[in-house]
Design a protein around this ligand. Structure first.
Ligand SMILES: [Zn+2]
Length: 204
């Protein structure tokens, strides 16, 4: 999981919903979804429409900009059209109010969406949280292609790293194989544009 800086929220989420409802749009959407879920636990979330376009489509360019079109979690590149899914870091079932909150949204590949699913733990590391860096918590084992936790971390940080590896399932065999191929393809290519490499943290 490579560090990135979150870009400013698209204005559409922050501006008032309407003159009659002077609250940020993300909050109104969240409250509406929370109300519906309170009545019906199985109420499915669908992205609200804004000016006849689904909100997720309107947010995608900003989400992709901040990761240079890589998966926010595993750094896979390029994101395929089927990968253009938005993960709710805090799952919408338990945190319905945050369903459209900018800081809760991450563009991810289909694999990460499936692995993380609705799992969440307060210890889970965020790639855009202050102070996060891959090499602060992890190291890369270039023989097994596993992501491993650094020795000697303070207990709380070690727990966060462990929780993150478990929930994201970064050492799933398919993930390891994908990183092995990436390493073999790019390790001897210093000329290759860094942002067009997959799993960039391996080469940094
Ligand atoms: Zn991914």
């Amino acid at each position: 999981m490579r560090k990135f800086l979150r870009v400013n929220s698209p204005i559409i989420l922050l501006e008032n919903y309407s003159a009659a409802i002077p609250k940020p749009r993300w909050q109104v959407y969240g409250e509406r979804y929370a109300e519906r879920r309170a009545i019906n636990k199985s109420f499915e979330f669908t992205w609200p429409q804004y000016q006849r376009k689904p909100l997720n489509q309107l947010l995608m360019s900003s989400l992709i900009q901040q990761t240079d079109s890589h998966c926010s979690y595993c750094d896979a590149y390029p994101l395929m059209s089927a990968d253009n899914t938005i993960d709710h870091f805090k799952p919408k079932s338990k945190y319905p109010i945050e369903v459209c909150k900018w800081e809760n949204l991450y563009v991810v590949c289909a694999h990460c969406q499936k692995e993380k699913g609705v799992n969440y733990d307060e210890k889970l590391l965020r790639p855009d949280e202050q102070g996060y860096d891959f090499y602060h918590y992890f190291y890369y084992d270039f023989t097994t292609h596993e992501i491993k936790i650094l020795w000697g971390l303070p207990e709380e940080e070690a727990q966060r790293a462990e929780t993150t590896l478990q929930i994201m399932n970064f050492n799933h065999p398919a993930m390891k194989e994908s990183r092995r191929l990436s390493y073999e393809g790019f390790a001897d290519r210093p000329d290759f544009p860094p942002n067009h490499k997959t799993h960039r943290f391996m080469f940094e």
